[in-house]
Design a protein. Sequence first.
Lengths: 169, 200
Amino acid sequence: MTPAELERLYDTHAQAVFAFLLNVTRNEADTREALQDLFLKLGRRGLDVDGLRDERAYLLRLAHHQAIDAIRRRETRLRIETASAEPLEVFASSPDPDTDTFRAELSKALETLPSEQRSVVHLKLWEGRSFVDIASILQIPANTAASRYRYGLEKLRGHLQPLYDELHT
Amino acid sequence: MDSSSTSSDPERHAFEARLRDQPLRPVPQELRESILSRHTSNLRTAERRPSPSVWETWWSRVSSPLTGLAGIWVLAWLAFQIDPWILGSQTPSVAAPSARAVREAREERLALLRSLEQPGLQPEPEPQTPAHLRPRSQLRRRHRPNPVQGLPHLHLAWNTGAKTVFAREVQAARLVHETGSLPTSDIRPQSETPVFLLNA
């Protein structure tokens, strides 16, 4: 793949892939490493763009595999860095302190979800994917994707109950 | 399938919309520079590397199967060395006796025959284990059809009877050993039906 082709691919999809990796791995270093590996592999191997129905979905599937590998590698290591690490910033910072607080709480709530549920919730909410797409990306049945989303969303609602109530008062 | 996204629950819908509105963190700019420069560097390295010769291409294709075959051959050879039965041979391979061993064995047999021909020089009989001391598996048993086949309520009785018959055999074997002949009263027909079955 030529540098120009890789540049185009990166500029189009890197943001989405990065956010997905960050939300699934919940680790900045793993995310950076996985993103780099993914795009360098694509650069070496090339990508048959014409043969792809959905370029973004394909990249997200590759990113999911990278994230699973990163999580497995991390599980074999001591989890000291996770315990002592700074809170992970998944969302953009905001000048409004209330919004910032809500995003920080949401990030914490997402961390409590199992990575399988978090992947589905991320793809549904921030990628706007249908359950059929999500099933294809994560290689799971569509019903499983739907149920994981439902459980994940219920847990998020439980964790964010005070803010959720505030939203409706 | 996507009913959850268009849920009739307005609270849930609002909650989902609120979450969706939160923008995700942008990808760090330095990652872009790092990835693109590494890709360019990889391409340059690949260009500088000479293309493999015909021989190298051929060897890269052939070496792997050849290694596999060699490995299988070595394993088979080792297995044969350890135990020939592993490879399906039913009998162990026995080296053919040498001509000298054959000649010696023949001479030994001839010497034995000559000694037997001389009067008064009979070979001593080999000491035998008395029959009653031999393990049960070595005693000759007569095959008898089981007359209580299909009659479960008589199995226990038959087993008891069989043990009695066996005990008689042992006793007869002991008599043969001690007296050298079998009393005629102990010779019974081949198939014997226990008395209790005749009475039943």
